[in-house]
Design a protein around this ligand. Sequence first.
Ligand code: PLP
Length: 427
Amino acid sequence: MTKSQQLFERAQKTIPGGVNSPVRAFRSVGGTPLFMESAKGAYMYDADGKRYIDYINSWGPMILGHAYEPVVTAIREKALQSTSFGAPTELEIEMAELIVSMAPNVDMVRMVSSGTEACMSALRLARGYTGRNKFIKFEGCYHGHADAFLVKAGSGVATFNIQTIPGVTAGVSLDTLTAPYNDLEAVKTLVAQNPGEIAAIFVEPVAGNMGCIIPEPGFLEGLRAICDKEGIVLVFDEVMTGFRLAPGGAQQRLGLNADLVTYGKVIGGGMPVGAFGGRREIMQHIAPLGNVYQAGTLSGNPIAMIAGYTMLKTLKDNPGIYKELDDKTALLHTGLEGALSKGDVPFVINRLGSMISVHFSDKPVRNFASAAAANNAYFNKFFHSLLDQGVYLPPSAFETWFISTAISNADIEETTGAVTKFLQASK
Ligand SMILES: *Cc1c(COP(=O)(O)O)cnc(C)c1O
């Protein structure tokens, strides 16, 4: 038995399913999740000491690689001044100013401790601001695990094919309207069927929770136009794309404006951080300025803030990082394409910036239905072969891969070499 297998057996006795977040459990791909011990740069090392090239990067945050020295040093120094005050600090102002300087259309920002909190707070704010109850989300998009969002959600909900969630009341779900991603007509129909009732449209501007799905030309622009016409709050969930696709996230990369934006993942440099922000006119409805209540004992926590601040400042001061990430991901794309095209199974690679994924499909993958129709049993074989060869991919076809600057061209070559070996072995 490997150490990971021993740890997994032990974990299951006191932790439901042995994990603290479902997708980590490897249930859809089968096998035992690897228990990690340490990581540096592009590599993670498991409890048995085996090395993996990491394409998950903590599901996004480790954009500069693991144990990035300036972040680690900043955390260490900050901890000596207390790990929490529960009172405001100058560092929180610096963090807010830095975010506002990087993100378009963000006049004000409120810090929280996760992407889930950011999205549920943004939804409450959009409802409080508009005085409307319903909102639209897209099938296969994931906006955290708050009740209202667990309707046709992506990520683990899609991976485990959970249709209705025990514990989420029908009353809550009735206010959640869903449309297929990239389907503007479906959105128009929902808006026409619910006149004056829709508070917000939530969208992942580049979807990453059903694999990577790219917005088609006109889709996000169309949502913007509908929101302007109907007085609906357009919320970009940039928990994955924020500070990853550009210093100003998808808004900057795609040249689009949202009314509210949610952040997570990269914003915390690996610490539990989320944020939501937007136009002053909307944000001033948040307590204590307005009556839309939102709070958090550890919100703006000094250790979390210094980690996030150090990460974001590095990204802001070194915009060349984004070109480097794009180039590396393009190299991976070309390598994967070259290797996979020698096999017999049709595949689709979707990529934007440093988000990329492979679906084994003979049709374009542009929404949840086409992602779900792909040969995901084959993905599972692909996943396990690469894992055996020391390449750590997300354990589900319903997840994007994340590239970090620490991944070298040699790592990418090793990865595509592993894909070639997989194809040879499966002949
Ligand atoms: C990860 C994710 C969330 C949830 O963030 P947590 O920090 O896991 O709560 C929300 N939206 C998107 C787009 C995400 O990828």
